[in-house]
Design a binder for this molecule. Structure first.
Ligand SMILES: [Zn+2]
Length: 230
């Protein structure tokens, strides 16, 4: 069985209209096969080495490195892991050898009986999440920026503002809420899936429209609809 260890908790903090501080969560899945999910930004090298050492590991002992998507705060330290199999979005490779795998058809990639990589697109066109069966927390899904943090279940702007494909992301979010006991989000602490979301995931989808007013100026209006999974 597997243990989930957060080497770095992700964050995102607005610092002004055009500026924010952010880094993605870096997670170690420790067990029969050791996996790192997301590798932070390039300034996190020592943090990763220290985190591995604290857990009796070194980069050579990491079997898989999974990057949930290609944004710079999630892929900063891939070259620490030259003995590992790399899965970056939908690409699987060792060295220059690429293995073809049809994530987009919904086929999971099995690292082990208790660890699998699934396609959860939306934040970008090719995100993946890692689903882990643990002994103490049930099913834990390490989801990258599919979830920004717990608060985005209620505050839709937290994830939709950074979403390339909101409709697709919404579907992926509903699926992950449905199958998970806990979620490790991209930019906040790990959280237990609230009961009401696990029972019947319900999501609000917001849409923005520009409206031309009678005086010729334009303004933004929003409308929403509630989506429920059967
Ligand atoms: Zn991202």
């Amino acid at each position: 069985m597997y243990e989930i260890l957060i080497l770095k908790e992700g964050y995102s903090i607005r610092e002004g209209p055009d500026q924010q501080k952010a880094c993605g969560t870096i997670t170690l899945i420790k067990g029969l096969k050791n996996t790192i999910v997301d590798t932070g930004n390039p300034w996190d090298k020592q943090l990763i080495l220290d985190g591995l050492q604290k857990n009796g590991l070194s980069p050579e002992k990491i079997d898989f490195v999974v990057c949930t998507h290609g944004h710079s705060d999630h892929i900063g330290n891939l070259n620490l892991f030259t003995n590992s199999i790399h899965i970056v979005s939908n690409d699987i490779c060792v060295g220059d050898s690429y293995q073809l795998h049809d994530f987009k058809q919904g086929i999971p990639y099995e690292i082990d009986d208790d660890v699998e990589v699934i396609s959860t697109p939306g934040h970008t066109g090719a995100d993946v999440s890692v689903v882990v069966r643990t002994h103490d927390k049930g099913i834990v899904t390490i989801a990258g920026d599919l979830f920004e943090r717990l608060e985005d279940l209620e505050d839709y702007t937290l994830w939709q503002d950074a979403s390339e494909y909101p409709e697709l992301q919404l579907k992926s979010r509903m699926h992950v809420l449905h199958i998970s006991d806990w979620i490790v989000p991209g930019h906040g602490p790990m959280f237990a899936v609230p009961h009401e979301y696990r029972q019947q995931p319900k999501m609000v989808m917001f849409e923005y429209h520009s409206r031309m007013d009678s005086d010729g100026s334009s303004s933004e209006v929003s409308s929403y609809h509630v989506i429920e999974e059967d």
